[in-house]
Design a protein around this ligand. Sequence first.
Ligand SMILES: [Zn+2]
Length: 236
Amino acid sequence: MSQESLSELQRLDTEIQRLNHRRINLEQRSTLEAALLEQTEHQVQIDAVGAARVEVATRQRRHEDEAQIVATKVETDVARLYSGEVQGVKELEALQHEIASLGERQTGFEDQAIEAMEEAEELASRITSLEAARADVDNRIGILETEITVTETEIDVEMERAAVGRTAAAAETTVELVAEYESLRPGFGSATVVRFDGSNCSGCPSVMPAMEVDRMKREASDSILNCQECGRIVLR
Ligand SMILES: [Zn+2]
């Protein structure tokens, strides 16, 4: 009974180790990490373009205001020109000249405002496409997180089953044997408990000396021994 239980204990420990390794190294986890990085990069870009758009919009309003101020001045000058207040030819000429140059300035400000508006539109459309890309990443992240949770739950169920089996297997062998096995396992891993194949310890890389083979053979078939060459637990 102990022989089988010890083998089973080792098999389940190896299984638990494999499940742990699988849980930690889930492929979706590295994909998720990459997606989260991508999400951050998108957000940084969205914020940067958003800030540029605010700056451009402020510029557009400033040029519109400047154009408005000049337009008001032109209106006042035009009103003065036709009011009859200004009589002298030179003064009239000067006023006309000022109206013409103000008109040029107004056009200049209006052109700058339009330029800024076009720039703002371009930035807005960039934000739209960046947001669409980020929504795509958000979606992928959601799917990955669900997949990870589902897989983790599956692994946990298997792990729990293996742990229950391990407890049962340990209960069927002796405390001393379990303790010995556990103290050797860090060094030998999944080959701590090995078989005697009739002429050799199956864990040994070297050939078993004839005397040791004899000793093994003389033991009862359900014996649990230690290989004198490697120290592993050998099931006779
Ligand atoms: Zn050995």
